[in-house]
Design a protein around this ligand. Structure first.
Ligand code: ADP
Ligand code: MG
Length: 585
């Protein structure tokens, strides 16, 4: 009965059994671990390893509660994944368990069975060196728990998730996951962590992630953090490890979220594989029987490390956006149906008959045969290349044209870049606002005539209450009677601003915000709203100098690869990809 009560905590679902058994195999020094399940793990879980194995004498002890071989250095210096000596006893009390093992160097293997808590006698068994644990009929002895299981498919997915997490933490070990629940997955022993990450989270993640390596007071953070544009709709692709132990810790997930806070929409999730390493005595893993939660002795330090380390890494990525944007674009091109065959009669013939236009034709567009083609393109009159040597310093290239009054086409050393001018400018204004706020200096511009904006009374009250704080953001306003505010000054960096629309949006934001928190600490929302209003609208024609200035500023300003909603601000198409599209490669 005591074992079953304990099992309620340790063995929550099939995935927790898999976790315990695989951790035992890792602790036993296995290089190869095979996991098989059936019926979502409810009917069968089998974990086979090639680790050190157990002596026959130890088999009855291993399935006994509180028996462990791993506490020789005490609770303050836990170097193994297990230490509670509870797993096998707990599993054996709620299922049928067979533990078979052949010690390294021994001539024969031995096996012991536990059936709903009743331990049988050890028997010899033919097997190779290592250990095999087979668990069938999980929770048959505790029907109440059985009722709480989700669908077989959900349980099988949870098993796969925990195996992926454990495999990420141990790249040198080969893991295979088989059984009737799924097609065989095999993670070959990887050369290094990066290869293992590519195996498990995907090669595209690796290509769209930034390496993180930060240290604070002997606590180290390493791993890969996805570019903000490489985001997901859920948190399943967020992996944290503390001293190689996979954890799902709310504080760590919160720190990850905070690091990306102003880089993506609230309902999007960054992808990350992050490892925290610190001296064992600085972390308590004995908080919860499943050890998925942990306590750091200095939680603030760890949070600071995660938020700070990630922010630094992301800032160093500068204007980089999702690199595979170009690939997606070229496959979109490639997937286009073939152009219809044009009949050689009718007006199109003139087009074909027109003389080829020499390059200088760009200088006199009215003479070009396609000058009146229905395309809203502003071709840059003088297409001078970037000066030699500048290509490396200016990865976004030289602006060549603006099309559809929102997209800037630029030529780079080895391809072309298409910039969404509105998204890019929004990010730049946002970063300027933030920088201005940090130095308490957001330049303001006085309006010649104060602009009076009519608003519902409670909106007026909310804005008026926050007037002093809004001044910090460069917005000076006051109540103007009960149903209006008068705006006297606006942030100088917001050009061509529709003051009324901004104030109305801000009032809406304020209504949703926590009234007791300073605007300064809800900066991402306020500055985001302002930036959105103050940026170059799509639809505005830009002069060549303006386009180049925008590109240069994007190269300088951190995070400019994505707008504040996490969408990319530019995409790149390499010449090689263009050539491939034309079948030249
Ligand atoms: P813990 O891992 O906390 O020690 P368990 O109940 O998981 O407790 O395992 C009990 C003991 O059985 C372990 O301490 C270890 O000595 C032995 N053991 C379990 N699984 C294996 C394995 N795969 N290979 C070798 N020994 C094992
Ligand atoms: Mg264990």
């Amino acid at each position: 009965m005591i074992n079953r009560i304990a099992a309620g905590e340790v063995v929550e679902r099939p995935a927790s059994v898999v976790k315990e058994l695989v951790e035992n195999a890792i602790d036993a020094g296995a290089m190869r671990i095979e996991i098989a399940t059936a019926g979502g793990g409810m009917s069968l879980i089998r974990v086979t390893d090639d680790g050190i194995g157990l002596d026959p004498d130890d088999l009855p002890l291993a399935v006994e509660r509180h028996c462990t071989s791993k506490l020789d250095r005490g609770l303050d210096a836990i170097g193994t994944l297990g230490f509670r000596g509870e797993a096998l006893a707990s599993i054996g009390s709620v299922a049928r368990l067979t533990l078979s093992s052949r010690r390294r160097g021994a001539d024969e293997g031995w096996s012991i069975a536990v059936d709903g808590g009743r331990v049988g006698a050890p028997r010899p068994v033919a097997m190779s060196e290592g250990t095999r644990v087979e668990v069938t009929d999980l929770f048959f002895a505790t029907p109440a728990r059985l009722k709480f299981m989700k669908s077989e498919r959900a349980e099988a997915a949870a098993v796969a998730d925990i195996v992926r997490r454990l495999a990420l933490a141990h790249p040198g070990i080969r893991f295979s996951l088989a059984g009737s629940d799924r097609a065989l997955t095999d993670f070959e022993a990887a050369n290094d962590l990066w290869d293992r990450i590519a195996q498990i989270v995907g090669a595209d993640f690796r290509a769209n992630a930034i390496e993180v390596d930060a240290i604070r007071e002997n606590v180290r953070l390493t791993g890969l953090a996805g570019l903000p544009t490489f985001n997901r709709g859920n948190a399943l692709q967020q992996y944290f490890f503390v001293n190689e132990r996979p954890v799902r810790d709310k504080q760590l997930l919160g720190a990850l979220r905070a690091a990306y806070a102003d880089l993506m929409y609230r309902d999007r999730y960054p992808v990350a594989v992050l490892f925290i390493d610190l001296a064992p005595h600085l972390v308590d893993v004995n908080v919860h029987p499943t050890k998925a939660e942990i306590r750091f002795r200095d939680a603030g330090l760890v949070r600071g490390l995660v938020v700070g380390g990630l922010k630094e890494a992301l800032a160093s990525a500068g204007h980089r956006a999702t690199a595979t944007g170009g690939t997606a674009m070229s496959s979109a091109f490639a997937r286009r149906p073939p152009l219809p065959v044009i009949s050689h009669t009718g007006p199109r013939q003139d087009f074909y008959a027109a003389p080829l236009v020499p390059p200088q034709g760009f200088a006199e567009p009215e003479q070009a045969a396609f000058a009146d083609m229905p395309m809203s393109a502003d071709i840059r009159p003088t297409a001078e290349p970037l000066p030699e040597g500048d290509a490396a310093a200016h990865p976004l290239g030289a602006a060549r044209a603006q099309v559809h009054a929102n997209y800037i086409i630029a030529q780079t050393a080895d391809g072309i870049v298409v910039v969404d001018q509105h998204a890019a400018h929004e990010r730049l204004v946002y970063e300027r606002l933030k920088a201005g706020l940090a130095s308490r200096d957001v330049p303001r511009q006085m309006l010649l005539v104060p602009e009076v904006v009519d608003l519902p009374e409670d909106d007026v009250a909310r804005l008026d209450e926050r007037a002093e704080e809004l001044t910090e953001f460069g917005l000076v306003l006051e109540a103007f009677g009960p149903g209006a505010v008068a705006v006297r000054e606006v942030p100088a960096m917001l050009k061509g601003l529709d003051v009324g629309a901004l104030v109305r949006d801000l009032a809406g934001e304020l209504a949703e915000m926590d009234a007791t928190t300073l605007l300064r600490s809800q900066l991402d929302r306020v500055a985001g709203t302002m930036a959105c209003h103050g940026s170059v609208r799509s639809g505005r024609r830009l002069r060549p100098e303006e386009m180049d200035a925008l590109l240069r500023e994007m190269e300088r300003v951190p995070h400019s690869g994505q707008c504040i909603h996490g969408r990319p601000t530019y995409i790149e198409l390499k010449l090689a990809d263009i050539e491939r599209l034309f079948g030249r490669r």
